[in-house]
Ligand binder design. Structure first.
Ligand code: NDP
Length: 276
């Protein structure tokens, strides 16, 4: 990744630039834990924070952004619409609540958190309205599998800018990645560290040793080298720093291929393949 930096950006399908690397905040406790984590991340160069209404920490993300003193437009903020807020009117209202909790005048990326059956098409219309009204700079989806994406593309002229899904060498969803690429949907990898479950896998540690890097850094590097946006989460300063120290090495094509073969369909979050 020697060609990339912590604040390198990818151009989304509507021209908005999104930092390829960010901080995840799922299970970061509301209050001091989230504020300290986000503030530390921003201080060491992170420029992209991922939160969600469901995480209960939007207030703290917003507070840390203000406390950092970094100009708002230099930070990319994603939040998400929760399952109970689907529908057109409820979608608009949910966005407004998130925006107020964040105390931001706009959100950079607003995502549908989960493809709730029947309602998701109406919800997408609400997101289109928010985009048109300039309330968010880009809109996208999360946990959409190919069939959910096809349905959306068949019913709307707005192609989602991003699809945020679980992705790691242990869950290498190649077909989904290719589909997204073909339709100019940026794939964003969540739970890139397998929530910690695979960080002691000997075959991963063997590769890490070759680069004098940690297992976490190899997993982040793998996602970046597959041109995904990646959002590892930590609430600990030393790990937030460690996870960002990935822009000084490149995984060889041979090791990339080896990592690709780690796939075992491992899902550490929820499973959208069964979502109708
Ligand atoms: P990750 O794969 O990022 O792993 C996070 C876990 O790994 C935490 O327990 C963390 O502990 C630990 N960890 C972090 N860095 C290191 C390290 N260097 N060494 C050892 N352990 C480490 O899991 P997440 O599920 O949190 O995914 C990342 C982000 O993606 C989320 O925070 C959220 O923003 C988003 N997400 C979105 C979902 C969706 O449905 N759209 C679903 C799940 C996640 P600690 O904090 O104690 O350091």
């Amino acid at each position: 990744m020697k060609d990339l930096k912590i604040d390198s950006k990818v151009k989304l399908n509507n021209g908005v630039e999104m930092p390829i690397f960010g901080l995840g905040t799922f299970q970061a406790q509301s209050g001091k834990e989230t504020r300290d984590a986000v503030l530390h991340a921003l201080q060491i160069g992170y420029r992209h924070i991922d939160t969600a209404s469901m995480y209960g920490n939007e207030e703290d993300v917003g507070a840390a952004i203000r406390e950092s003193g970094i100009p708002r437009e230099e930070i990319f903020v994603t939040t998400k619409l929760w399952n109970s807020d689907h529908g057109y009117d409820s979608g608009l209202a949910a966005f407004e609540k998130s925006r107020r909790r964040l105390r931001l005048s706009y959100v950079d990326l607003y995502l549908i958190h989960w493809p709730v059956q029947d309602l998701r098409k109406e919800t997408w219309r609400a997101l289109e309205t928010l985009l048109k009204d300039g309330k968010c700079r880009a809109i996208g989806v999360s946990n959409y599998m190919i069939r959910h994406l096809k349905e959306l593309l068949d019913n709307s002229s707005t192609v989602p800018a991003v699809n945020q899904v679980e992705f790691s060498p242990y869950l290498y969803q190649k077909d989904l990645l290719e589909f997204c690429r073909k339709h100019d949907v940026q794939l964003e990898a969540y739970s890139p560290l397998t929530k910690g479950h695979k960080l002691n896998d000997p075959k991963l540690l063997r590769i890490a040793l070759r680069y004098s890097k940690s297992a976490a850094q190899i997993l982040i590097g793998w996602a970046l080298q597959h041109q995904m946006v990646v959002i590892p989460k930590s609430s600990r300063k030393e790990r937030i720093t460690e996870n960002a120290a990935v822009f000084d090495f490149t995984i060889s094509p041979e090791d990339m291929r080896a990592l690709d073969l780690f796939d075992q369909g491992l899902r550490t979050s929820w499973d959208p393949t069964t979502a109708p």
